[in-house]
Design a protein around this ligand. Structure first.
Ligand SMILES: *[C@@H]1O[C@H](CO)[C@@H](O)[C@H](O)[C@H]1NC(C)=O
Length: 226
């Protein structure tokens, strides 16, 4: 009577202990072995902000031990927004070089949108998925622009915020300095005018002296003649 519950209890305890204890050790061991031989968790040399960066999937192809890529959003959805980076203005040439970082989404191509004030956005040429840098040309001195990067894939294109420009988003403001060329021209103009003025004053002075002679030289000449 007392024996059977005791045996049952022992059996239950043993059974409950066995499944817990048994799989633990071999599983851990197997995982470690896998880490060391088959799956070295090395990240691919992929930088989502690097210009001419090939998609991470293409870096995974060669070699037996594939490297790890960052996770991407579904290809069935439009890409997330790229992040606008540095915008370098070359004021003298009326252009700007725009950098951006790729979203963690499948991207087929990019393009830039540029508008001034309340004007209509102008779409730049299509840029392939490796590109992270593009140039804007023909920017007016003193112009205040908004520039946005758009990413697209088969499912659609990334969103462009139309009211306000969030930090670390796809858009940024671009203010061209007011007329640096005019300032240079003005400086050169004033300099030239001053030089011409001094020249003409000097010429006038020497011409006058040559024509009418210096009083002292005139006296010397008269003395020599005598
Ligand atoms: C992507 O565009 C860049 C710049 O136009 C070009 O140099 C590069 O070869 C293109 N890459 C591919 C894969 O088409």
């Amino acid at each position: 009577m007392l024996g059977s519950p005791c045996i049952l209890w022992l059996l239950a305890v043993t059974l409950s202990l066995i499944p817990r204890a048994q799989p633990m050790a071999p599983q851990d061991f197997e995982e470690e072995e896998e880490d060391n031989t088959e799956w070295p968790p090395v990240r691919c040399d992929y930088d989502h902000c690097r210009h001419m960066q090939v998609p991470c999937k293409e870096l995974q192809r060669p070699g037996p031990a594939a490297c790890l890529c960052p996770g991407l959003s579904s290809p069935a959805q439009p890409p997330n927004q790229p992040r606008l980076g540095e915008v370098r203005i070359v004021a003298e040439e009326g252009r700007a070089v725009v950098h951006w970082c790729a979203p963690f989404s499948p991207v087929h191509h990019y393009w830039l949108l540029l508008w001034e004030g309340s004007g209509d956005p102008q779409k730049g040429p299509l840029l392939n998925a490796t590109v992270r840098r593009a140039e804007l040309k023909g920017l007016k001195p003193g112009g205040a622009y908004v520039v946005c990067v758009v990413a697209a894939n088969e499912a659609g294109e990334s969103l462009v915020p139309r009211d306000g420009i969030p930090a670390f988003g796809p858009c940024g403001r671009l203010s061209m300095p007011p007329r640096p060329l005019t300032l240079v021209h003005a400086a050169v103009g004033v300099g030239t005018a001053l030089a011409l003025l001094s020249c003409s004053v000097l010429t006038w002075h020497f011409c006058l002296r040559d024509r009418w002679g210096c009083p002292r030289r005139a006296t010397a000449r008269t003395a020599g003649a005598l």
